[in-house]
Design a protein around this ligand. Structure first.
Ligand code: ARG
Length: 298
């Protein structure tokens, strides 16, 4: 069984406070990257060997561009454990998570380093579309609306949005949210779900850790986040949060890619398929969604 101790709670609180401090400032500034982090890929040649076809066109496509720059630059919003979050338990601040391991696998396939830009979630797609980054990986739900501006990889995880409350709250489901304040992250499907709840008030945040800190301090009545994210926050702070009712919807996560970057889409889908075929994907699910215990990692 997973055990959580006071250190785990302390780490989460530090993590929240740090993220909130990082999130201070105006809206324009909040879409700027707050942290860059580089992970060294261990193997450099793997993609070259398996990728004879994409050399054929002779044009400088995105895959070639990434390879010649030597790095894959991704945008994320590292406030969403266990998908992507800051792990400070080992004394250094590192962005880790399920999505980050997938990003590392993509970088490895391309034979390049991974560089992570952490920003507010509602700045992630704009960063992708304006070519500030090559890829976005941030627990994105595949939606029709988003498909108008980007392509998505094959779905890599099923999920859904969930109401979370503080421990001991009288809210047991969405029918109890009339006249109550729901905290949501700007631009998310959680925000869209909250807007559907009649009579509820919305409080919008750049970062999910700020939502959860407000909830912990009872400044809001509930939050709507991904179910597995709610589970992660509860694992970290079982005496602070609880779920209210069932999942509000069903969603699938995908990796958004610029429409013109079809070769990169092929690479990403190949990586997802290879991870599944090799059994590596199941290991990642086990690592991040079952065994997840942040305070003791590393
Ligand atoms: N799945 C939701 C969406 O696509 C929320 C994603 C939030 N991601 C994050 N890294 N904060 O809208």
């Amino acid at each position: 069984m997973i055990k959580f101790n006071r250190a785990a709670v302390a780490v989460l609180i530090i993590f929240m406070v740090m993220s909130i401090l990082a999130g201070c400032g105006n809206k324009a500034a909040s879409t700027q990257p707050k942290q860059e982090q580089v992970a060294q890929s261990s193997e450099n040649q793997s993609f070259q060997q398996s990728d004879a076809t994409s050399q054929n066109s002779g044009e400088e496509d995105i895959v070639q561009k990434i390879k010649s720059s030597g790095k894959l630059v991704i945008a994320t919003s590292a406030d969403y454990p266990p998908y992507e979050f800051h792990d400070i338990s080992g004394g250094k601040d590192e962005i880790v998570g399920f999505d980050i391991d997938i990003a590392k696998a993509i970088a490895k396939e391309l034979g390049v380093e991974l560089e992570i830009k952490d920003m507010a979630f509602d700045g992630v797609l704009p960063a992708l579309l304006s070519k500030k980054v090559d890829l976005a990986i941030a627990a994105f739900t595949i939606t029709e609306e988003r498909k108008k501006s980007v392509n998505f990889s094959d779905p890599y995880l099923d999920g859904g949005q969930q109401i979370v409350t503080y421990k001991g709250s009288s809210i047991k489901g969405k029918e109890d949210l009339k006249g109550k304040t729901i905290g949501v992250q700007l631009g998310t499907t959680g925000e869209a779900e909250a807007k559907k709840i009649e009579g509820a008030k919305l409080k919008q945040f750049d970062r999910v850790d700020a939502v959860m800190l407000d909830l912990m301090n009872k400044r809001i009545d509930a939050a709507i986040v991904g179910k597995v994210v709610a589970d992660a926050y509860i694992k970290l702070n079982p005496d602070k949060y609880e779920l209210a009712g069932d999942k509000l919807n069903s969603e699938q996560n995908g990796i958004p890619i610029r429409k013109e970057d079809t070769k990169l889409l092929e690479v990403v889908n190949k990586v997802l398929k290879d991870l599944k075929d090799s059994g590596e994907y199941e290991k990642l699910v086990q690592k991040w969604f079952v065994d997840f215990k942040p305070a003791e990692k590393k």
